[in-house]
Design a protein around this ligand. Sequence first.
Ligand code: HEC
Length: 145
Amino acid sequence: MRRFRLAALAAVAAFSASVAVVALASATANGLPAYTDGYQSWPKLNRKPVTGGSPAHGGTKNVYASKRKVGKAFPNGTVIVKSIARPGDRRARPSQVAVMRKVAGRWQFVEYQLSGTRYTVLAQGQLCLSCHVRARANDYVFTKR
Ligand code: HEC
């Protein structure tokens, strides 16, 4: 029991530490990082809205990429945004936004949830990578044109 509690505490500490790092990145008024600005006008990786797919991202989804793949990989600085409209969602903005950003050859993963008028961090990091590793052959990106 005690060991379980310690593990839970460690997990919470690790989670808040990583959230602090994200908070340092400059955020726009809506709570999303500034590097996602204007993603709605970036080229889409999906032809039609994606429905179904991973239970990790249930809803109707569109995937936008700020840069094109060069050969087999996306270049450094690429930002990929997946907007997720949940079933029954009537708001103008998607209720969840999942983001991958390539920095120094590695993807950073963060998913945001709309709460009220601002996006807040829902989940991030290793949890995301542990599944996206299945798309390693396509630079960890599932959605292809
Ligand atoms: C259980 C597997 C799984 C987990 C965990 C997961 N994803 Fe995904 N993700 C997918 C799949 C499958 C797709 C393809 C589109 C779809 O079905 O939604 C996807 C698509 C994406 C995309 C669009 C680019 C692409 O790969 O197609 C982004 C961005 C993204 N996920 C971010 C995240 C973030 C951030 C997290 C962690 C908070 C995360 N994902 C966790 C399976 C997962």
